[in-house]
Design a binder for this molecule. Sequence first.
Ligand code: OAD
Length: 248
Amino acid sequence: MAEDAVAAVQALARRADRVCVLSGAGMSAESGIPTFRDAMSGLWSRFDPAQLASEEGFRANPARVWAWYAERKQAVRAAQPNAGHVALADYGRRRSGVLTIVTQNVDDLHQRAGWPQTIRLHGDILADRWLQPCPSGRACAVAQALPGEPPRCADCGNLLRPAVVWFGEMLPEDAMASAEQAARACELMLVVGTSGAVWPAAGLAAVARRAGAKVAILNPDASEIDDQAHWVLRGTAAVLLPRLLDVG
Ligand code: OAD
Protein backbone atom coordinates (compact mmCIF):
# COMPACT_ATOMS: atom_id res chain seq x y z
CA MET A 1 0.00 0.00 0.00
CA ALA A 2 1.31 3.43 -0.91
CA GLU A 3 1.56 5.03 2.52
CA ASP A 4 1.96 8.53 1.11
CA ALA A 5 -1.32 8.12 -0.81
CA VAL A 6 -3.07 6.92 2.35
CA ALA A 7 -1.70 9.91 4.26
CA ALA A 8 -2.76 12.33 1.52
CA VAL A 9 -6.34 11.01 1.47
CA GLN A 10 -6.51 11.06 5.27
CA ALA A 11 -5.33 14.68 5.34
CA LEU A 12 -7.88 15.76 2.75
CA ALA A 13 -10.68 13.81 4.47
CA ARG A 14 -9.83 15.71 7.64
CA ARG A 15 -10.03 19.21 6.14
CA ALA A 16 -12.27 19.05 3.05
CA ASP A 17 -15.58 20.90 3.23
CA ARG A 18 -17.22 18.53 0.75
CA VAL A 19 -16.51 14.84 0.28
CA CYS A 20 -18.41 12.68 -2.19
CA VAL A 21 -18.35 8.89 -2.22
CA LEU A 22 -19.35 6.89 -5.28
CA SER A 23 -19.88 3.27 -4.27
CA GLY A 24 -20.41 0.13 -6.31
CA ALA A 25 -20.97 -3.55 -5.68
CA GLY A 26 -17.50 -4.05 -4.13
CA MET A 27 -18.68 -1.85 -1.24
CA SER A 28 -21.02 -4.64 -0.14
CA ALA A 29 -18.82 -7.61 -1.12
CA GLU A 30 -17.53 -8.02 2.42
CA SER A 31 -21.14 -8.10 3.62
CA GLY A 32 -21.55 -11.25 1.51
CA ILE A 33 -23.43 -9.69 -1.42
CA PRO A 34 -21.90 -10.80 -4.73
CA THR A 35 -20.61 -8.22 -7.21
CA PHE A 36 -21.58 -8.28 -10.90
CA ARG A 37 -18.30 -8.47 -12.79
CA ASP A 38 -15.76 -10.24 -10.57
CA ALA A 39 -14.52 -13.14 -12.68
CA MET A 40 -15.36 -16.02 -10.34
CA SER A 41 -18.04 -14.73 -7.98
CA GLY A 42 -19.72 -12.00 -10.05
CA LEU A 43 -23.42 -12.40 -10.88
CA TRP A 44 -22.88 -11.63 -14.58
CA SER A 45 -20.38 -14.51 -14.84
CA ARG A 46 -23.20 -16.93 -13.94
CA PHE A 47 -26.36 -15.19 -15.14
CA ASP A 48 -27.34 -13.40 -18.33
CA PRO A 49 -28.09 -9.72 -17.71
CA ALA A 50 -30.21 -9.56 -20.88
CA GLN A 51 -32.56 -12.16 -19.39
CA LEU A 52 -32.52 -10.94 -15.80
CA ALA A 53 -31.90 -7.22 -15.90
CA SER A 54 -33.89 -5.84 -18.81
CA GLU A 55 -37.54 -5.13 -19.50
CA GLU A 56 -37.47 -7.50 -22.47
CA GLY A 57 -36.07 -10.28 -20.28
CA PHE A 58 -38.79 -9.66 -17.70
CA ARG A 59 -41.58 -9.64 -20.29
CA ALA A 60 -40.20 -12.85 -21.84
CA ASN A 61 -40.18 -14.71 -18.52
CA PRO A 62 -41.61 -12.75 -15.58
CA ALA A 63 -41.53 -15.75 -13.22
CA ARG A 64 -37.83 -16.41 -13.79
CA VAL A 65 -36.88 -12.79 -13.20
CA TRP A 66 -39.18 -12.46 -10.17
CA ALA A 67 -37.67 -15.59 -8.59
CA TRP A 68 -34.11 -14.36 -9.17
CA TYR A 69 -34.87 -11.03 -7.51
CA ALA A 70 -36.67 -12.79 -4.65
CA GLU A 71 -33.44 -14.66 -3.90
CA ARG A 72 -31.35 -11.52 -4.11
CA LYS A 73 -33.81 -9.64 -1.86
CA GLN A 74 -33.43 -12.37 0.72
CA ALA A 75 -29.64 -12.13 0.55
CA VAL A 76 -29.81 -8.35 1.04
CA ARG A 77 -32.17 -8.66 4.02
CA ALA A 78 -29.83 -11.21 5.60
CA ALA A 79 -26.68 -9.12 5.05
CA GLN A 80 -25.26 -6.63 7.54
CA PRO A 81 -23.36 -3.40 6.84
CA ASN A 82 -19.60 -3.97 6.97
CA ALA A 83 -16.87 -1.87 8.59
CA GLY A 84 -16.67 0.26 5.43
CA HIS A 85 -20.35 1.25 5.52
CA VAL A 86 -20.04 1.99 9.23
CA ALA A 87 -16.85 4.07 8.81
CA LEU A 88 -18.55 6.21 6.16
CA ALA A 89 -21.67 6.86 8.24
CA ASP A 90 -19.55 7.63 11.34
CA TYR A 91 -17.39 10.03 9.34
CA GLY A 92 -20.49 11.74 7.95
CA ARG A 93 -21.94 12.23 11.42
CA ARG A 94 -18.65 13.51 12.87
CA ARG A 95 -18.10 15.99 10.05
CA SER A 96 -21.60 17.37 9.73
CA GLY A 97 -22.58 18.69 6.27
CA VAL A 98 -19.47 17.33 4.54
CA LEU A 99 -20.42 13.90 3.18
CA THR A 100 -22.58 12.86 0.24
CA ILE A 101 -22.81 9.16 -0.58
CA VAL A 102 -23.90 8.26 -4.10
CA THR A 103 -24.38 4.56 -4.64
CA GLN A 104 -24.97 2.29 -7.60
CA ASN A 105 -25.98 -0.42 -5.15
CA VAL A 106 -29.57 -1.51 -4.86
CA ASP A 107 -29.08 -2.87 -1.34
CA ASP A 108 -29.79 -0.76 1.74
CA LEU A 109 -26.51 -1.24 3.61
CA HIS A 110 -25.38 2.41 3.55
CA GLN A 111 -28.80 3.34 4.90
CA ARG A 112 -28.77 0.68 7.62
CA ALA A 113 -25.24 1.69 8.63
CA GLY A 114 -26.66 5.12 9.48
CA TRP A 115 -26.70 7.15 6.24
CA PRO A 116 -30.37 7.23 5.18
CA GLN A 117 -29.79 10.16 2.82
CA THR A 118 -27.66 8.03 0.46
CA ILE A 119 -28.39 8.91 -3.18
CA ARG A 120 -29.40 5.77 -5.08
CA LEU A 121 -28.68 5.83 -8.80
CA HIS A 122 -29.88 2.33 -9.64
CA GLY A 123 -32.99 1.98 -7.50
CA ASP A 124 -33.97 -0.16 -4.54
CA ILE A 125 -34.14 -3.93 -4.79
CA LEU A 126 -36.39 -4.16 -1.75
CA ALA A 127 -39.10 -2.09 -3.46
CA ASP A 128 -41.39 -2.96 -6.36
CA ARG A 129 -43.19 -0.86 -8.92
CA TRP A 130 -45.67 -1.36 -11.74
CA LEU A 131 -44.20 -2.36 -15.08
CA GLN A 132 -46.24 0.25 -16.98
CA PRO A 133 -48.64 3.09 -16.25
CA CYS A 134 -52.08 1.61 -15.60
CA PRO A 135 -53.64 1.30 -19.06
CA SER A 136 -57.11 1.90 -17.62
CA GLY A 137 -55.99 5.26 -16.23
CA ARG A 138 -57.01 4.13 -12.75
CA ALA A 139 -54.58 3.03 -10.03
CA CYS A 140 -53.54 -0.60 -10.25
CA ALA A 141 -54.41 -2.90 -7.36
CA VAL A 142 -52.46 -6.00 -6.44
CA ALA A 143 -54.34 -9.25 -6.87
CA GLN A 144 -53.37 -12.52 -5.25
CA ALA A 145 -50.24 -13.75 -7.05
CA LEU A 146 -49.82 -17.30 -8.24
CA PRO A 147 -46.90 -19.02 -6.48
CA GLY A 148 -43.59 -18.01 -8.11
CA GLU A 149 -45.25 -15.37 -10.31
CA PRO A 150 -44.98 -11.60 -9.91
CA PRO A 151 -48.20 -10.07 -8.56
CA ARG A 152 -50.57 -8.66 -11.20
CA CYS A 153 -53.16 -5.94 -11.19
CA ALA A 154 -56.58 -7.50 -10.68
CA ASP A 155 -58.12 -5.19 -13.33
CA CYS A 156 -55.62 -4.73 -16.14
CA GLY A 157 -53.01 -7.48 -15.71
CA ASN A 158 -50.14 -5.02 -15.19
CA LEU A 159 -47.21 -6.72 -13.46
CA LEU A 160 -45.19 -5.68 -10.44
CA ARG A 161 -41.44 -5.54 -11.09
CA PRO A 162 -38.45 -4.77 -8.89
CA ALA A 163 -37.79 -1.02 -8.55
CA VAL A 164 -34.25 -1.22 -9.90
CA VAL A 165 -32.82 0.35 -13.04
CA TRP A 166 -32.45 -2.23 -15.79
CA PHE A 167 -30.18 -2.09 -18.83
CA GLY A 168 -31.53 0.36 -21.36
CA GLU A 169 -33.44 2.36 -18.75
CA MET A 170 -32.92 5.94 -17.61
CA LEU A 171 -31.55 6.66 -14.17
CA PRO A 172 -33.90 8.54 -11.82
CA GLU A 173 -33.44 12.17 -12.87
CA ASP A 174 -33.45 13.70 -9.39
CA ALA A 175 -30.88 11.23 -8.09
CA MET A 176 -28.57 11.79 -11.06
CA ALA A 177 -28.88 15.58 -10.78
CA SER A 178 -28.05 15.46 -7.05
CA ALA A 179 -25.14 13.11 -7.73
CA GLU A 180 -23.70 15.42 -10.41
CA GLN A 181 -24.07 18.39 -8.11
CA ALA A 182 -22.22 16.55 -5.32
CA ALA A 183 -19.49 15.47 -7.76
CA ARG A 184 -19.00 19.04 -8.99
CA ALA A 185 -18.97 20.49 -5.47
CA CYS A 186 -16.63 18.06 -3.72
CA GLU A 187 -12.95 18.52 -2.92
CA LEU A 188 -12.44 14.78 -2.48
CA MET A 189 -14.19 11.95 -4.26
CA LEU A 190 -13.75 8.38 -3.02
CA VAL A 191 -14.68 5.83 -5.66
CA VAL A 192 -15.23 2.59 -3.78
CA GLY A 193 -15.74 -0.88 -5.22
CA THR A 194 -16.91 -0.13 -8.72
CA SER A 195 -15.59 -1.50 -12.01
CA GLY A 196 -16.46 1.81 -13.69
CA ALA A 197 -18.08 -0.13 -16.51
CA VAL A 198 -21.59 1.29 -16.25
CA TRP A 199 -22.49 4.79 -17.32
CA PRO A 200 -23.51 7.44 -16.49
CA ALA A 201 -22.49 6.54 -12.91
CA ALA A 202 -18.89 5.85 -13.93
CA GLY A 203 -18.65 9.35 -15.42
CA LEU A 204 -19.06 10.99 -12.01
CA ALA A 205 -15.36 10.51 -11.24
CA ALA A 206 -14.50 12.56 -14.33
CA VAL A 207 -17.09 15.19 -13.39
CA ALA A 208 -15.45 15.57 -9.98
CA ARG A 209 -11.94 15.66 -11.39
CA ARG A 210 -12.81 18.25 -14.04
CA ALA A 211 -14.35 20.43 -11.34
CA GLY A 212 -11.09 20.36 -9.38
CA ALA A 213 -11.62 17.52 -6.89
CA LYS A 214 -8.97 15.02 -5.92
CA VAL A 215 -10.14 11.51 -6.80
CA ALA A 216 -9.13 8.38 -4.88
CA ILE A 217 -10.09 4.92 -6.09
CA LEU A 218 -10.42 2.16 -3.49
CA ASN A 219 -10.45 -1.25 -5.15
CA PRO A 220 -8.42 -4.46 -4.81
CA ASP A 221 -8.30 -4.72 -8.63
CA ALA A 222 -7.99 -2.45 -11.64
CA SER A 223 -11.09 -0.52 -12.71
CA GLU A 224 -11.98 1.10 -16.03
CA ILE A 225 -11.70 4.57 -14.52
CA ASP A 226 -8.34 4.26 -12.77
CA ASP A 227 -7.04 6.95 -15.13
CA GLN A 228 -9.35 9.46 -13.43
CA ALA A 229 -7.70 8.92 -10.05
CA HIS A 230 -5.04 10.97 -8.34
CA TRP A 231 -4.56 8.03 -5.99
CA VAL A 232 -5.39 4.36 -6.55
CA LEU A 233 -5.49 2.42 -3.28
CA ARG A 234 -5.42 -1.34 -3.73
CA GLY A 235 -7.47 -2.80 -0.91
CA THR A 236 -11.00 -3.59 0.17
CA ALA A 237 -13.72 -1.25 1.35
CA ALA A 238 -14.01 -2.71 4.85
CA VAL A 239 -10.26 -2.41 5.42
CA LEU A 240 -9.48 0.89 3.71
CA LEU A 241 -12.42 3.09 4.68
CA PRO A 242 -11.95 2.83 8.47
CA ARG A 243 -8.27 3.60 7.94
CA LEU A 244 -8.85 6.58 5.68
CA LEU A 245 -11.77 8.14 7.52
CA ASP A 246 -11.02 7.65 11.17
CA VAL A 247 -9.51 11.10 11.09
CA GLY A 248 -11.46 13.25 13.52
P1 OAD B 1 -19.00 -4.54 -10.63
O1 OAD B 1 -19.32 -5.94 -10.26
O2 OAD B 1 -18.95 -4.18 -12.06
O3 OAD B 1 -17.61 -4.14 -9.99
C1 OAD B 1 -17.32 -4.44 -8.66
C2 OAD B 1 -15.99 -3.86 -8.34
O4 OAD B 1 -15.73 -4.05 -6.95
C3 OAD B 1 -14.81 -4.51 -9.07
O5 OAD B 1 -14.00 -3.49 -9.64
C4 OAD B 1 -14.06 -5.26 -7.98
O6 OAD B 1 -12.65 -5.28 -8.20
C5 OAD B 1 -14.39 -4.45 -6.76
N1 OAD B 1 -14.36 -5.16 -5.49
C6 OAD B 1 -14.58 -6.47 -5.23
N2 OAD B 1 -14.50 -6.73 -3.92
C7 OAD B 1 -14.24 -5.53 -3.30
C8 OAD B 1 -14.07 -5.12 -1.94
N3 OAD B 1 -14.18 -6.00 -0.93
N4 OAD B 1 -13.82 -3.82 -1.69
C9 OAD B 1 -13.73 -2.92 -2.71
N5 OAD B 1 -13.88 -3.26 -4.01
C10 OAD B 1 -14.14 -4.55 -4.30
O7 OAD B 1 -20.05 -3.63 -9.82
P2 OAD B 1 -20.48 -2.12 -10.14
O8 OAD B 1 -19.33 -1.32 -10.62
O9 OAD B 1 -21.24 -1.65 -8.95
O10 OAD B 1 -26.43 -2.24 -12.25
O11 OAD B 1 -21.48 -2.35 -11.33
C11 OAD B 1 -22.22 -1.27 -11.84
C12 OAD B 1 -23.63 -1.70 -12.16
O12 OAD B 1 -23.60 -2.84 -13.01
C13 OAD B 1 -24.42 -2.18 -10.97
O13 OAD B 1 -25.02 -1.11 -10.24
C14 OAD B 1 -25.45 -3.04 -11.59
C15 OAD B 1 -24.62 -3.77 -12.62
O14 OAD B 1 -25.30 -4.22 -13.74
C16 OAD B 1 -27.70 -2.20 -11.80
O15 OAD B 1 -28.10 -2.84 -10.84
C17 OAD B 1 -28.56 -1.29 -12.59
